[in-house]
Design a protein around this ligand. Sequence first.
Ligand SMILES: Nc1ncnc2c1ncn2[C@@H]1O[C@H](COP(=O)(O)OP(=O)(O)OP(=O)(O)O)[C@@H](O)[C@H]1O
Ligand SMILES: [Mg+2]
Length: 248
Amino acid sequence: MPGPLDAVDPRAAVVEDRLAGVGRIVAVTGSKGGIGKSVVSASLALAWADAGRRVGLLDLDFTSPCSHVILGADEGFPGEGFGVDPKDTAGVSLMSVAFFAPEVAVPLRGDEVAGAFLELLAVTRWGELDLLVLDLPPGLGDIALDVVRLVPRVEFLLLSTSSRVVLGSVERALRLLTGLRVPVLGLAENLQQGNDQGVSRLGASFGVPFLGALPYDAGLEDALGDPGRLRATAFFAAVRRLAGRLSG
Ligand SMILES: Nc1ncnc2c1ncn2[C@@H]1O[C@H](COP(=O)(O)OP(=O)(O)OP(=O)(O)O)[C@@H](O)[C@H]1O
Ligand SMILES: [Mg+2]
């Protein structure tokens, strides 16, 4: 539902144009923090790029952006010209607030977060893409709700772990997203160690597809920042299967 300010903010109208050449837009969330949303988002983007798709990745964590660290992007300001160009990083078109404020936490609050999000969407020249992955910050707060409000055609991929603490939070997220009638592509389990069926059961109880599990991989940490090593991990092999399931 547009608010009174939307009518006068020209950026909201520009967003649709900026995303016009983008096929699918997949937002990765899970509501709980630290469950692997960023490594999964970056790896999904990399797996799709490896498969020959034109892929973008937008890091929407304004306080702790890390997609550039995971993919090993070079430092420095992105190119400009009637907008800002995402940086080609290992074949993925990457945009992050980290390119504008390296090494500094961006002290944004409330409306300022919404403003920064709108600004990033309004200035980024994605061009033609098959897929754009949105790496969401933890929680289903302002950013996630603005994604629902402002990003056309967005579909959500929910991540969970089998921990009851996380499952409870993901259940609330599922209730919210299905209540808002937002398309949910499915639920994937991350950090899998045993054979717990909690995540697939949760998906089934909402009629949401279970898309498989990504193993806990002790070698992942050392592979971060090096796409070549990342591709060689067991974690990435599972993400590749997930990417195939999502785009197949
Ligand atoms: N399957 C996995 N195996 C091993 N380590 C993992 C796995 N998934 C995530 N991690 C590690 O867990 C940590 C948190 O991951 P990540 O930053 O992607 O989580 P997040 O959900 O994006 O966090 P935040 O909520 O803060 O945005 C990272 O150090 C990451 O390397
Ligand atoms: Mg993250």
